[in-house]
Write a protein that binds this ligand. Structure first.
Ligand SMILES: NC(=O)c1ccc[n+]([C@@H]2O[C@H](COP(=O)([O-])OP(=O)(O)OC[C@H]3O[C@@H](n4cnc5c(N)ncnc54)[C@H](OP(=O)(O)O)[C@@H]3O)[C@@H](O)[C@H]2O)c1
Length: 255
């Protein structure tokens, strides 16, 4: 990870879960990590801990990624204070318990805005900042899911979410194609985990969080740190090696 030392990584959804684990690990690897989320207090608490533990560079920015003006403002701040993004880790993503036949367009829209549109806008603006500064070894990482590759029969509350993640699968190849058309060496990689121990499932059962906790207790799942280590593995590859997507599950996960 030497070549990334002192360089700028944006991690979206850094206040908890996988994004928090990725941020902590990249700070450990001496990167300047800009972590965004809606909950600024949680980001500040992580910053405080990292300053004590690692003497690290973590820069919290409050941003609701479903609000486009806030995304533009965040990228302006990054440009002013840090020059620009070298690595963009599009991690923020959520599922709402909204099935296809009984769900609401409001919930589908929120999911689409965060899981797809925000990811696209952050990627576009990151590549722009790389190009403005002549950075041709940047990296875009997209948090997909096993849900972007297969559907679990009967998991109605995850069907729309799986649709957004299938879009991320298509976008991964779209970005690779467009970057190649521009003779760019900027790389794009996706990570597609199965169940991971985080707040994701607890939030999914928002009105009954204990149900989410029970799923985590009874289903084999990856640790968020496992996913963070894979991000580092992807970023460590030599310039000619572009990992396209990693499908990864706990060894005992059934579906
Ligand atoms: N956990 C799993 O089983 C699993 C499996 C496969 C893939 N994934 C994917 O992995 C990624 C991370 O999931 P996770 O498990 O770490 O979930 P998590 O624990 O629920 O964390 C989600 C993060 O996204 C942030 N976020 C949510 N809405 C946001 C918004 N509108 N604007 C800005 N930030 C927002 C949250 O912070 P705030 O609430 O503070 O905004 C939080 O930091 C997602 O893309 C998810 O689809 C998860």
């Amino acid at each position: 990870m030497h070549r990334w030392s002192g360089r700028v990584a944006l991690v979206t959804g850094a206040s908890e879960g996988i994004g928090e684990a990725i941020s902590r690990l990249l700070v450990k690897h001496d990167m300047k990590v800009v972590g965004c989320a809606r909950n600024l207090d949680k980001l500040k608490a992580i910053d405080g801990e990292l300053k004590k533990e690692e003497g690290g560079s973590f820069f919290p920015i409050q941003c609701d990624l479903t609000q486009r003006d806030q995304i533009y403002a965040m990228f302006e701040k990054i440009k002013t204070h840090h020059g620009g993004v070298d690595v963009c880790i599009n991690n923020a993503g959520m599922a709402y318990p909204s099935s296809l036949l009984d769900g609401t367009p409001e919930e589908w829209q929120k999911s689409l805005d965060l899981n797809v549109i925000a990811l696209c806008l952050c990627t576009k603006l990151s590549v722009q900042q790389m190009k403005e500064r002549g950075v041709d070894d940047g990296h875009i990482i997209l948090l997909n899911s096993m849900g972007g590759h297969r559907l679990i029969q009967g998991s109605n509350y995850l069907h729309f979410y799986a649709g957004t993640k299938h879009m991320v699968k298509a976008l991964t190849e779209g970005y690779r194609d467009e970057l190649r058309q521009k003779n760019s060496k900027i790389r794009v990689s996706a990570l597609s985990p199965g169940l991971v121990e985080s707040e994701f499932v607890v939030r999914l059962f928002g009105d009954d969080p204990d149900k989410g906790r029970k799923v985590l207790q009874t289903t084999p799942c990856l640790k968020r740190e496992d996913v963070a280590e894979l991000v580092v593995m992807v970023m460590q590859q030599p310039p000619n090696v572009q990992i396209h997507d990693i499908l990864v599950r706990d060894t005992d996960q059934v579906k």
